[in-house]
Design a binder for this molecule. Structure first.
Ligand code: SUD
Ligand code: ADP
Length: 284
């Protein structure tokens, strides 16, 4: 039997850091949602007790470093599954981009293998397993829109923002999440974005207030390290996007756009100096 799972990319509408914890992680407050740019996982049971990963993307690890491999290994060990699986990853989400591509693949593998092997693991337990693989994996298990706290693994589901277009632009640099958090001085953050204001804007379905409330304190680090990300933000604003922010630790910049008529100008303007530009819908 073969099964398929979609693994969508996430964006952070808000990312605030409260403090650095003793375990090295940062206590965060994030509002996250999904966009319609997705990897696709094909999973097929193998009679041999093994995990095989393949992908058309030449630039991701296919061994135990792959997050989908780690998800399969974890679920096999915890539920004593003595069957194997072949997982093909059709990668569409840019790698190391701040869009949680690897985390979403891991989450899709957990959901998919739960179905493939008829394990009937409840969603909250899948989230707990996901948290062992990465801070963003629990959110990728549930999808939708959520307020994420702790190191990102504590989730409170909220309503989806009103539907809109999302323009994603990834400059040709790879950013390490650990490096960005490592360079952040949590007690020297100048301006904290307001999660309360963003939650209220989403609850009211107020697109303009959502755009006005976008904020990400990791921009302080990434924009200094890579001035081209700042330039990309400024270009997107100049070209007419309604709200513009860097996603996660970067370097992808996203623009929220309500009117379809604006898209061609933004897309063509960005393509002039950035090869990877995507126009997608927010998942609602
Ligand atoms: C920044 C965010 C925002 O959504 O996304 P990305 O930019 O990676 O997409 C996340 O917090 C990333 O989550 P994820 O990519 O799962 O991170 P993890 O594998 O758990 O951690 C990678 C490294 O980042 C640092 N880290 C991560 C999460 C956190 N709350 N505090 C941290 O300090 C730690 O140094 C950790 O070793
Ligand atoms: N299935 C996967 N897809 C993409 N990257 C993966 C995967 N498994 C492991 N990785 C590794 O995880 C790192 C972070 O990738 P990714 O999740 O795309 O970035 P981000 O956390 O910035 O959103 C990359 O360096 C990549 O080599």
């Amino acid at each position: 039997m073969k099964i398929y799972e979609k693994a969508p990319a996430k964006i952070n509408l808000l990312l605030d850091v409260i403090r650095k914890r003793e375990d090295g992680y940062h206590e965060v407050e994030m509002i996250m949602t999904m966009v319609d740019l997705a990897d696709r996982l094909e999973m097929e049971e193998l009679p041999r007790d093994t995990i095989i990963i393949s992908s058309q993307a030449g630039y991701i690890p296919l061994d135990e470093k792959n997050l989908a491999f780690q998800a399969a290994k974890l679920i096999k060990e915890r539920y004593d599954v003595r069957k194997g699986v072949y997982i093909h990853l059709d990668k569409k989400i840019p790698v190391a981009a701040g869009l949680a591509g690897g985390s979403s693949d891991a989450a899709a593998a957990l959901r998919g293998l739960n179905r493939l092997w008829g394990l009937q693991i409840p969603e909250d337990e899948l989230c707990r397993l996901g948290a062992e693989l990465g801070s963003d994996v629990p959110f990728c298990v549930t999808g939708g829109t959520a307020l994420a706290t702790g190191r990102g693994e504590k989730l409170e589901k909220i309503e989806n923002p009103p539907g809109c277009w999302v323009v994603l632009a990834k400059p040709p640099i790879n950013v390490s999440t650990a490096d960005v958090y490592g360079k952040l001085r949590a007690n020297e953050i100048g301006r904290h974005p307001s999660a309360a204001n963003m939650l209220s804007a989403i609850r009211r379905g107020d697109f303009n207030d959502i755009c006005a409330g976008l904020g990400n304190v990791l921009e302080d680090v990434t924009l200094k390290l890579y001035p081209e990300v700042l330039q990309l933000k400024e270009s997107m604003q100049r070209l007419g996007a309604d709200g513009v922010l860097m996603s996660g630790s970067g370097p992808t910049v996203f623009g929220l756009v309500s009117k379809e008529a604006k898209l061609a100008r933004i897309y063509n303007g960005l393509r002039g100096f950035c090869k990877e530009v995507y126009v997608v819908r927010m998942l609602t």
